[in-house]
Design a protein around this ligand. Structure first.
Ligand code: R5P
Length: 290
C-alpha cells in the first residue's frame, strides 16, 4: 500500500510514510495560467486504499479545491477507498448561524468533500465536535494534545505552579480536558468578547493566576489576537510566565509579530499546517503529529 499526497499536505505526508515504512504515491498537481488546478495520479491505484493527507489550510480555498480535484482523480482512477486525512479542517469555525442570512460553511465543506468521492475522513482537533456530524461518511476525530502534553511534561514545571487557561468561554471543555491530563491542574478562563471578525477584546480572568505558570490552550492560532490579548491580561493579573499551546498554526498576519512580541515564554504548536520558515521565531516550537 502506498499513500498519495497532495501539495499542501506534502511535508506531513513525508513524515507519516517514513514512520510507516511506506513510500508516497506519485501525484502531479499543476496550476494553469488562469489559476485552475490540474491533478493526475502518477501510478495505478486501481483497487487501492488511498489516504490523501491535506490540511485545508491557508490559502484555504486553494487547498480545499486541490483536495476535491485530487479526490476526484483518485475516484476516477478506480481507487477502492479514499480516506481524506484533514489534519486541519478549514471553515470549521463557520459551524452555525450566529446571525440571520449567514452560511454554515463547515457543513457545505463537509458536503462537497463527500460529494467529491471521499469514503472516510480522519481529522484533528475540530473547532467544535459537532462538525463530525456534518459528514454523512465515517469520521475519525483525533487530538493533538498528547504530543503537546508529552512536550510540556519534559519541561518539568511543578504541578503546584501550573494553571491551564482557556482563552475564551467556548474553549473551556478543551482546556478542562487538557488540565485533567496535567494531574488535574487548576483551570482559569479568559472572558473574551469579539467586536468584529478577527478582533478580540479581553474583559476578565475567572480564576487565580497570580504567581503561576499559565498555559493557554486553544485549538488554533489564527491572527493571534485571542491568545495574545489573553496573555497580556494574564500578565496583568500576576502570572509569572505564559505558554501558548495550540494544535493548528494558521498564523494569518499579524500573528507572527504578535506571538514574538515578548508576552510568551514559548508558543507550542503542531505541524497539522506546515509552518513556513518565514514564520519561525525564537519562542516557537513546532511538534510533529505524524
Ligand atoms: C475561536 O473560538 C478559536 O478557538 C480561536 O480562539 C480563534 O479562532 C483564534 O483566532 P485569532 O488567533 O485570530 O484570535
Amino acid at each position: 500500500r502506498r499513500g498519495a499526497a497532495a501539495r499542501f499536505g506534502e511535508p506531513l505526508s513525508q513524515e507519516v510514510v517514513c514512520y510507516l515504512g511506506l513510500e508516497l504515491g506519485a501525484i502531479s498537481i499543476k496550476r494553469f495560467a488562469d489559476g485552475e488546478i490540474y491533478c493526475q495520479v502518477g501510478e495505478s491505484i486501481r483497487g487501492c486504499d488511498v489516504f490523501l493527507i491535506q490540511p485545508t489550510a491557508p490559502p484555504v480555498n486553494d487547498a480545499l479545491v486541490e483536495l476535491l480535484i485530487t479526490i476526484d482523480a483518485c475516484r476516477r482512477a478506480s481507487a477502492r477507498s479514499i480516506t481524506a486525512v484533514l489534519p486541519y479542517f478549514g471553515y470549521a469555525r463557520a459551524d452555525r448561524k450566529t446571525a440571520g442570512r449567514e452560511s454554515i460553511a463547515a457543513k457545505l465543506t463537509a458536503n462537497i468533500i463527500t460529494e467529491a468521492g471521499a469514503d472516510r475522513v480522519l481529522t484533528m482537533d475540530l473547532h467544535s465536535g459537532q462538525c463530525v456530524g456534518y459528514f454523512d461518511i465515517p469520521v475519525d476525530h483525533v487530538y493533538g494534545d498528547s504530543v503537546i502534553l508529552d512536550y510540556l511534561a519534559s519541561k518539568r514545571i511543578s504541578t503546584g505552579d501550573l494553571v491551564v487557561v482557556s482563552p475564551d468561554v467556548g474553549g473551556v471543555a478543551r482546556a478542562r480536558a487538557f488540565a485533567k491530563k496535567l494531574n488535574d491542574a487548576p483551570l482559569a478562563i479568559v472572558d473574551k468578547r469579539r467586536s468584529a471578525h478577527n478582533v478580540s477584546q479581553v474583559m476578565n480572568v475567572i480564576g487565580d493566576v497570580r504567581g503561576k505558570v499559565a498555559v493557554l490552550v486553544d485549538d488554533m492560532i489564527d491572527t493571534a489576537g485571542t491568545i495574545t490579548n489573553a496573555a497580556r491580561v494574564l500578565h496583568a493579573e500576576g502570572a509569572r510566565e505564559v505558554y501558548a499551546c495550540a494544535t493548528h498554526a494558521v498564523f494569518s498576519p499579524p500573528a507572527v509579530e504578535r506571538l514574538s512580541s515578548g508576552v510568551f515564554t514559548e508558543v507550542i504548536v503542531t505541524n497539522t499546517i506546515p509552518v513556513p520558515p518565514a514564520h519561525n521565531f525564537p519562542e516557537l516550537t513546532v511538534l510533529s503529529v505524524a
